[in-house]
Design a protein around this ligand. Structure first.
Ligand SMILES: [Zn+2]
Length: 75
């Protein structure tokens, strides 16, 4: 799962395509996190806030941060 991370002021914007069991195409998921990496808002093709796709990406993102595989963009 390729993840891109951008930063806008105090918000981290995490974006990826999450494979979906119920659809043939992966879902485009965008997460908005505060500077403590708490999930503030989500956007997903399935149009459900805080859906399973968003949470799957969030858990994956946090694990990758923990392993040092993803670096957060800082000023
Ligand atoms: Zn979704």
């Amino acid at each position: 799962m390729l993840i891109t991370v951008k930063r806008e002021k105090d918000t981290f914007i995490v974006e990826s395509f999450v494979p979906a069991r119920c659809a043939t195409k992966p879902y485009h998921v965008i997460l908005f996190l505060d500077k403590n990496l708490r999930l503030k808002k989500t956007a997903c093709d399935c149009n459900t806030p805080f859906c399973t796709h968003s949470l799957r990406l969030y858990n994956h993102f946090i694990a990758e941060i923990g392993k040092g595989k993803i670096k957060l963009p800082m000023d």
